[in-house]
Design a binder for this molecule. Sequence first.
Ligand code: FAD
Length: 690
Amino acid sequence: MRVVIVGGGFAAVKFAKTLRSKLRPSDCEILLFNRENHMVFHPLLADVAGASINVDAAVAPLRQMLPGVGCRTERVERIDLASSQLEFEDGNGGLARLPYDHIVLACGAESNLGIIPGMTEHAFAFKIMRDAIDLRQHIVQQMENAEATTDADIRRWHLSFIIVGAGFSGVEVAGEINELVRSSTRFYRNFKEEDVVVTVVHSQDQILPEVAPTLRDFARRKMEKAGITMLLKTRAVAATHEGIELNNGKMLRGATIICTIGTTISPLVQNLDVPKERGRIRTVPEMRIEGQKNAWAIGDCSLITNSFDNQPSPTTAQFAERQGRQAALNLVRILKGQPAKPFYFKALGQLCSIGGYQAVAEMFGMRISGFLAWFMWRGVYLLKLPNWSRRIKVAQDWAWDLLFPRDLSFLSTDSAQQLTHSYYRPGDFIHRQGEQPRTFSIIEEGEVEILKTTPESPEPRLLSVLGKGDFFGEEALMGNRPHETSVRARTAVRIGQVGSALFKQMTSSFSPLRDILLQAFTRRSGDFWRRLPLAKTLLENEPLSTFLDPLSSTPLHKETTLAEALRALEQSPAGELLILDDQQRLWGIFDRDDVFHIIARISVTPEDARGDLSQRKLSELLLGNPVYVSLDDSILVASATMLDHALPRLPVVQSKTDLRPVGFIRGERIGSRVIQKIGQGAAGHAQAAG
Ligand SMILES: Cc1cc2nc3c(=O)[nH]c(=O)nc-3n(C[C@H](O)[C@H](O)[C@H](O)COP(=O)(O)OP(=O)(O)OC[C@H]3O[C@@H](n4cnc5c(N)ncnc54)[C@H](O)[C@@H]3O)c2cc1C
């Protein structure tokens, strides 16, 4: 018989250990698939981030923990419940299939920063070991940056840490960061404890909703006394390079954002056709998946009713372990022909470290707080560690931490060599005129404005608009000089940014890219309007509406099928059609080029995934987000935008906030008007000369 376990966390490890102790290897093969070859002890992640223990003390190698269990690190891609087989990466780039007699899903949950705009780009998640290691490096780097800068505002920004969410992980990590940074200030000359700002932003009126009110109050008072600011009943609505925007409209500045809210289920569970509730797999009380005879779900990925109180089990390590143990015992009972037992567990209590050698605890009906609780917290977790070698290692680290300062060494990462992603809100500057170039930027979503000031006109003048797929920054990087224009987000924008050193490597070794950039560079720097002042004045002053052509064809909708869109395109004299969303706002443009792009894209899709192409909706086939101008833009902006994109015409919308299309603007109309004006100018000169 073969039992396969997917996952290697608290639930999976306990299940594997219990089953191995009950069934002989000759009777039952146990295979455990976990992406990493170790188990992560999540409650210690904050200690890793706060540099109070070493990384290896918070992980345990699965092979050594689970003798007699086959440990595999391939990612499980699919489970076919009907044929009792699973598919996993085979290590050669393909997929392998494996039959099983029983399968146990214990694949936990994953962090999902996508719930708040900009968090993916600017915040640290706090779920896996990599998050804790990266965060620790980043915190120490901020202290080095604060030491290096001479600008007090920038120093304060480097020393401001924002934690979103005040559940267990938010509180633990806030306490550890506060302790690490404050206790380390004595090693730096340029800043003091007073310069450090640690803020916890939490949407509810109390932190730690999981513990008793008296303990919560104690934890909050202690954390505030240690210098942590609690912003309760406040939500983060966006994150940017600068910090986070709050729901009260204020901007909270800080170079470090940690987002401890937002989880999602693993793609494996998402694709599994079984009953789910809020993404978690529904099980019967004995922990088999509803409607399945040989498939089980335990831990954070499952929704198991605890028959002790008839409530859904919380997603904690304590419950995951108990479920693992009892599910294994249930499987043994079923194999022996005995009835399985419903999940039953009376929680032992809760413990939470709040930094500064303080903790709150609720154990066996007692509430304890302060140093004693912290000592208990550490003691209990020490005993929970999987073996004595780990326990001794962690105990040594903790004893060291009590006696000596925390380790402030870090491996620096060169941002000039990196590819990063950033989010900007409308109105945020991406770079300013005169700044040194640091990145080459590619717009992934949204639009930006290119602005310029001159000594004669210090008010920023809008030169052109760039949209999805456009890039900027190449001019200053290739010319090795400061930016000659500013770039400001016109809408919410997502940008991919290539560090300057990486950009230089890419352009020196990949000549087609260099040629494309040089072409764009020549097009954009051809500011010939400067040498045609009459035409420039005309374009700056004449309202865009004078050049407006009405919409000639009925627009399409995002939901229009490809077949309908192709019929409409055949009837369209302009060879292109606007696409609207359900609020009649401009969503995209469909033109003849798109037809071939769609065919090319579908040619690389596996045949069984293509479906009936003609019935696919435009929103599934096109990317949307076209370049456009609005009635309140000048003709000069419209012509520069057309020139930048080599477009013969542009759609025009009502205004920057009202994206309903009102017509088109064409290059030839602007051109003939300009030529007329230049002609008048030349005639005037000739007359004057005569
Ligand atoms: C920072 C932090 C602090 C916490 N503190 C506490 C605390 O103090 N007390 C407490 O009780 N709980 C705490 N928790 C919650 C606790 O850690 C979780 O409830 C617990 O880890 C859930 O265990 P699990 O076995 O269900 O999943 P996990 O421990 O998340 O393990 C799931 C494993 O499955 C693997 N996996 C997923 N998909 C696949 C796939 N397709 N193929 C192969 N492998 C896959 C993952 O890589 C992962 O290793 C904390 C959580 C965090 C993030």
